[in-house]
Design a binder for this molecule. Structure first.
Ligand SMILES: Cc1ncc(COP(=O)(O)O)c(C=O)c1O
Length: 387
C-alpha cells in the first residue's frame, strides 16, 4: 500500500479546481444536466456520477476513494455516523426470518440494533462469547445470514480470531461484518483477512479532533452497490460535504497521530502496571493480556484505549480519583486529541453495584496527543487524593 500517495493525492483531481492543493468543499445539494440524454444516463449510475448529494458528492467522493484504498477495499461509503454505517451493513444483509450471530457486549447501539430494532422485523440473534471459535460454530443456524464482530471491543478488549471466523463464515455462505473502530484500517487489516464489510465510527481516530460525527463502510464493489442503492439512499444518513472535507484533512495526519498515541499509551500503561494503587490493567498488547498472541498476530496497532481496575475500598474513592484528574476529560467519545476517562461506575446505580455488568472500580482511559509526563503526573496526583 502506498500510504503517502493515498493520503496526499489519491482522488484529488486538482486541475479541475484551479490547481488548488486542498480540495474544494462542493457545498451543493443539486447537480444540473444540459440535456435529457445526460440526465437519463446518470440515473442508473448515481453512485459514480453527480445527481444529488444524498447519493454522491465530489468532496465525499474523494474521501470514499481514500478510505477504500486505506482499507484495501474495492469501494467505500461515508455515513453521518458510525451507527448509521453499522445499521446499513447489517440491515442490507438480513430479511425477516433471518438470524445474526454477534459477539456479546458489542458497542451499545449495535446491541440495540439487534435486540430492540431488528427484533421488531423478525430478525433473531444469538450473542456469544467471541473469544472461542467453538461458540461461533455452536451459534450458527440454518438461517444465519450475518456474523457481526467487534475486535477488540472498546471496554474489555476481547478479541475474535478474525481469520478463523471468516473461514467458518465462508464455508456456510454467511456475511461477516466487523466494527474496526478500535484499530482503524491501518491497525487491523480486516478486508485482507477476508471480512466482507468493515465498518467504523469515523468519529473516533479517523476524525481525530472531536469535531465530526461520521461513519465509514468498506467492502467489495458489489456489496457497496447493494447498500448504496437501498440503505444509503433510503435511510439517507449521509455526510455533509463540509464534514467530508474535515475528514479528508484529518486523514493527512492519521498515521502520525496513531504513532504518537501508541508511544504515549505504552508509557502510561507501563506506569499503571507498576502502580501500587492499580489492581489490574487491561490492554491487548500487555504481557498480562490473555489473548496477547492473537492480538500480536492480527493487530498491527493497539491504540489509546485501555482499562484499569484501581484499588478502591468503595465507589466514593473511585469517584474521588476520577474527579481529581485535571488533564483527562470525562467524556464518551475517544479517538480525538484529548485524553479521557470513562468510569464504569458512571453507568451504575450506586445502590445496586452488585447488579452491574462491570466492577465499580473499572475505569477506561483514552490517551490523546498530550505529553506522557503530563498525563502521568496527573494520574499520580489523583491517586494521592484517594488516601
Ligand atoms: C466501538 C464503537 N463502534 C461504533 C460507535 C458508534 O459510532 P458513532 O458514535 O459515530 O455513531 C462507537 C461510538 O462511540 C464505538 O465506540
Amino acid at each position: 500500500m502506498d500510504l503517502s500517495y493515498i493520503l496526499n493525492h489519491l482522488g484529488e483531481e486538482r486541475e479541475q479546481y484551479f490547481n488548488a492543493v486542498a480540495p474544494p468543499i462542493i457545498q451543493t445539494s443539486n447537480f444540473y444536466f444540459k440535456d435529457v440524454e445526460r440526465l437519463r444516463n446518470a440515473f442508473p449510475n448515481e453512485r459514480d456520477t453527480h445527481v444529488y448529494t444524498r447519493g454522491n458528492n465530489p468532496t465525499v467522493e474523494i474521501l470514499r476513494k481514500k478510505i477504500a484504498a486505506l482499507a484495501g477495499a474495492e469501494d467505500a461509503l461515508v455515513f453521518s455516523s458510525g451507527v448509521a454505517a453499522i445499521s446499513a451493513a447489517v440491515i442490507s444483509n438480513v430479511h425477516a426470518g433471518d438470524h445474526v450471530v454477534c459477539v456479546k457486549k458489542p458497542y451499545g447501539w449495535t446491541d440495540k440494533l439487534l435486540n430492540k430494532f431488528l427484533s421488531r422485523y423478525g430478525v433473531t440473534n444469538t450473542m456469544i462469547d467471541g473469544t472461542k471459535i467453538e461458540n461461533f460454530v455452536a451459534a450458527i443456524q440454518s438461517n444465519t445470514k450475518v456474523i457481526f464482530l467487534e475486535s477488540p471491543n472498546s471496554f474489555t478488549f476481547d478479541l475474535q480470531d478474525i481469520k478463523a471466523v471468516v473461514k467458518l463464515a465462508k464455508e456456510k455462505n454467511i456475511v461477516t461484518i466487523i466494527d474496526n473502530s478500535y484499530c482503524t484500517s491501518l491497525g487491523q487489516r480486516c478486508i485482507e483477512m477476508g471480512v466482507d464489510i468493515e465498518v467504523h465510527s469515523a468519529t473516533k481516530y479517523f476524525g481525530g479532533h472531536s469535531d465530526v460525527v461520521a461513519g465509514y463502510l468498506m467492502a467489495s464493489k458489489r456489496m457497496v452497490a447493494k447498500i448504496f442503492a437501498s440503505e444509503l439512499l433510503n435511510i439517507g444518513a449521509v455526510i455533509s460535504p463540509n464534514d467530508a472535507w474535515l475528514l479528508i484533512r484529518s486523514l493527512r495526519t492519521l498515521p502520525l497521530r496513531l504513532e504518537r498515541i501508541q508511544a504515549t499509551t505504552t508509557t502510561v500503561v507501563k506506569f499503571m502496571e507498576q502502580h501500587p494503587q492499580v489492581e489490574r490493567v487491561i490492554f491487548p498488547f500487555s504481557d498480562s493480556f490473555p489473548q496477547l498472541p492473537l492480538a500480536k498476530q492480527q493487530m498491527q496497532w493497539c491504540g489509546g484505549l485501555f482499562t484499569v481496575l484501581i484499588e478502591a475500598k468503595n465507589v466514593e474513592q473511585v469517584e474521588t480519583f476520577c474527579n481529581s484528574l485535571k488533564r483527562f476529560l470525562m467524556a464518551v467519545s475517544w479517538g480525538g486529541h484529548e485524553s479521557l476517562i470513562m468510569p464504569a461506575c458512571s453507568f451504575m446505580n450506586r445502590n445496586d453495584l452488585d447488579l452491574a455488568d462491570y466492577p465499580y472500580n473499572m475505569i477506561r482511559f483514552y490517551i490523546g496527543l498530550e505529553d506522557a509526563r503530563v498525563l502521568i503526573e496527573d494520574i499520580e496526583q489523583a491517586f494521592q487524593k484517594m488516601v
